[in-house]
Design a protein around this ligand. Structure first.
Ligand code: NAD
Length: 440
């Protein structure tokens, strides 16, 4: 099959590359000339494990190409995917659909043959119908249909998630649309991956409901972690104890600094806005949004408390800035709240992130960038782990202790064991576990 992918960001590029790996001919389109020029020169504009190999292989095989020209991309396309951004609209938290609607108009103008228009962007219930209306209004003669195929991939594991998803959700209302989507996902279909066919609106809502549920699970365990800290209980034991219950499940029960990233924060807010608009307020999700917002600031307070409430003139070594490991994505990362709060309290921030520094630089100022975790800790009064990159999981504690002015570690990801840190001579604070002092 021939596919055009509109938007070549995290989702568009990964989906386009994976569809080409399935054997389809894919042309990825983007408005950003720098992005397309980089891709044409074999450079991958985002960090995603395995993506460079996948793109190179499929470009070489002649199945994957890049352009700024939507008309050329759609000339022979059977299906065109909309994978542009849907950020939060300033002020009201609703999804900003201007990129989606602009793409719909461009698609309408470029359409020369029967085409299935598939929304992969995360869009509020009702958006597919509006896309349909826009295309029809722009091109009353066009032969097209609109489907919804929300994407569930996680950054950092995006290729694996696309190639081996738990399920594929397709909002498609004619047999012709369902056939096309089945053909597109054929390698998964024959592997018996569940492919769920629904109405357009149902597919749109499934995506938001899934993200809101996961955000709720994270927020739930974060609040339990707060209670653990006051009752001398280890939240990891609680998470295990409840997660082994098949009705609950152990995933997304890691206490931490609050969820971030390009999806959960904006999608929970957009779902709240949709609920209000339709007179069906989602009070659980509203609370989740509020708690998560406050939590990031509270993590800064937790770090300051570990420094006896006084950060003036002190140096803090920050390990990790991205919202999670294995990505360079800084969107809504807890570090964007924590680092400025520490700076405001008078601290100097030394920092290292394996992939996020080039993005972080645009969003955070005044940090001393270091070359690795040890360099970051050199002469610092405390170290703080914000992102659980693998390379921070097995640091040489003897070396770390010798570099730090004081052996104080605040671990917002619980990647060390309290008793081991105490034995290594550290004062150690984590999330939802009792703090420990150095063992004499
Ligand atoms: P992104 O910002 O990384 O990429 C969007 C791209 O679309 C940009 O490169 C932009 O230049 C391009 N673009 C915008 N308008 C265009 C147009 N008219 N023509 C061509 N290109 C255009 O965004 P993303 O993270 O890939 O997210 C895309 C959508 O997928 C969002 O709705 C998001 O919520 C959803 N989603 C994201 C993830 C994720 O992990 N990032 C996971 C699942 C779903």
């Amino acid at each position: 099959m021939r596919v055009a992918m509109i938007g070549t960001g995290y989702v568009g590029l990964v989906s386009g590359a994976c569809f080409s790996e399935f054997g389809h001919a894919v042309v990825c389109v983007d408005k950003n000339p720098a992005r397309i020029e980089a891709l044409e020169q074999g450079e991958i504009p985002i960090f995603e494990p395995g993506l460079e190999d996948l793109v190179t292989r499929n470009v070489k095989a002649g199945r994957l190409s890049f352009t700024q020209d939507i008309t050329a991309a759609m000339a022979e396309a059977d299906a065109v995917f909309i994978a542009v951004g849907t950020p939060s609209r300033r002020g009201d938290g609703e999804a900003d659909l201007s990129y989606v609607y602009a793409a719909a108009e461009e698609i309408a103008r470029a359409m020369t043959r029967p085409t299935l228009v598939v929304t992969k962007s995360t869009v509020p219930v009702g958006t597919g119908r509006e896309v349909e209306r826009i295309i029809r209004a722009t091109r009353p003669d066009a032969d097209f249909e609109v489907a919804s195929n929300p994407e569930f991939l996680r950054e950092g594991a995006a290729i694996e998630d696309f190639m081996r998803p738990d399920r594929v959700v397709c909002g498609a209302e004619s047999e012709r649309a369902r056939e096309l989507l089945r053909a597109l996902y054929r390698p998964l279909y024959i592997n018996e991956t569940p492919i769920l066919f629904t109405s357009l609106e149902t597919a749109e809502l499934i995506k938001y409901a899934a993200n809101a549920f996961l955000a709720t699970k994270i927020t739930f365990i974060n609040e339990i972690a707060d209670l653990c800290e006051r009752t001398n209980v280890n939240v990891q034991d609680v998470a295990k104890g409840i997660g082994l219950d098949g009705r609950i499940g152990g995933k997304f029960l890691h206490a931490g600094p609050g969820y971030g990233g390009s999806c959960f924060p904006k999608d929970t807010q957009a779902l709240v806005a949709t609920g209000r608009k339709h007179g069906a307020p989602l009070r659980i999700v509203e609370t989740v949004v509020d708690i998560n917002e406050v939590r990031k600031r509270r993590m800064a307070d937790k770090i300051l408390a570990a420094l006896d409430g006084n950060a003036k003139g002190k140096t803090i070594a920050v390990l990790g800035l991205t919202f999670k490991p294995e990505t360079d994505d800084m969107r809504d990362s807890p570090s964007l709240v924590i680092v400025p709060a520490l700076q405001q309290a008078g601290a100097t921030i030394r920092v290292y992130d394996p992939e996020g520094l080039h993005e972080a630089r645009k969003l955070l100022g005044g940090m001393v960038e270091c070359k690795d975790a040890y360099d970051t800790c050199n002469g610092a009064d405390a170290a703080v782990i914000i992102t659980e990159w693998n390379q921070f999981r097995a640091l040489d504690l003897v070396r770390l202790k010798s570099l730090l002015r004081k052996p104080l570690l605040v671990d917002l990801r619980n990647i060390y064991k309290p008793h081991e840190m105490a034995a290594a001579g550290f004062t150690y604070h984590s999330v939802g576990r009792p703090p420990v002092a150095p063992k004499a």
